[in-house]
Design a protein around this ligand. Structure first.
Ligand code: UDP
Ligand code: MG
Length: 140
């Protein structure tokens, strides 16, 4: 069974969309393997988004990710990585399809409500970044 790492970003938490997003996750058939609310430190955000460090939005993005708590979770489903990417929609909510999570809940291209791993390989690394093996026992 495939797994992916998701983040409900500070805007989604601040705007109280956590309950609705989690309800949608369950309705769409994902199993929630692990889930926790944490606040990222500047160094955590910088490390997590290091692949974007040359991009013009990197600094602001890292700052935004530390503006409040986030919810990080590991989801499991057949084809979980692609399934979640499809469900969240385009990076910019203005470009996201109707009824996607970003269309419904995002504030802007930066404060776009949710993160999702972009490949199985990156999902494995991102899951390790946030969760210890002992936390990943929430299988059905
Ligand atoms: N981002 C931004 N400006 C941009 C592109 C991306 O602020 O022009 C932010 C946005 O929060 C996005 C994150 O950087 O979710 C990572 O960018 P990526 O291209 O990986 O988008 P994603 O995979 O999240 O759709
Ligand atoms: Mg990405």
């Amino acid at each position: 069974m495939e797994q992916t790492l998701i983040i409900l970003k500070p805007d989604a938490v601040r705007n109280k969309h956590v309950g609705n997003i989690i309800a949608r996750i369950e309705k769409e058939g994902f199993n929630i393997v692990a889930l926790k609310k944490i606040t990222l430190k500047d160094k955590d955000a910088k490390k997590f988004y290091a692949v974007h460090k040359e991009r013009p939005f990197y600094k602001d993005l890292c700052k935004f990710m530390t503006t409040g708590p986030v919810v990080v979770a590991v989801l499991e489903a057949p084809g979980a990585v692609e399934k979640w990417r499809k469900l969240i929609g385009a990076t910019d909510p203005a470009q996201a399809e109707a009824n996607t999570i970003r269309k419904l809940y995002a504030e802007s291209k930066e404060a776009n409500a949710v993160h999702g791993s972009d490949s199985e390989k990156n999902a494995k690394g991102e899951i390790k970044f946030f969760f210890k093996a002992a936390e990943l026992k929430g299988k059905l």
